[in-house]
Design a protein around this ligand. Structure first.
Ligand SMILES: [Zn+2]
Length: 90
């Protein structure tokens, strides 16, 4: 087993390991519905969405909405990830 970030052997080079779980999901914002929205052809919109989805892989579609990744980390990478989880400046 090795650190997914730096490759260091875990439980050999480092007695402690960490598991990081990253969840990325589509954000939901409350909608303000207008008269223009109500006038749209919703059946046509649904047909277009289904047609676009028909040629896509089910996993790709699911990950556009919700994706989870799990990483094993050594103590050094655990600290770095907590200090800079978005990886800014890297
Ligand atoms: Zn590491």
């Amino acid at each position: 087993m090795s650190c997914d970030r730096c490759g260091k052997s875990l439980l050999i080079d480092e007695p402690v390991r960490y598991v990081a779980m990253l969840t990325v999901q589509a954000a939901y914002d409350a909608l303000e519905i207008t008269a223009k929205d109500l006038a749209r052809d919703h059946a046509a919109l649904a047909r277009d969405a289904l047609a676009r989805a028909a040629g896509m892989d089910a996993m790709d579609l699911e990950e556009q909405v919700h994706a989870v990744r799990t990483f094993d980390l050594c103590p050094g990478c655990q600290r770095e990830v907590l200090d800079n989880p978005a990886g800014r400046g890297q």
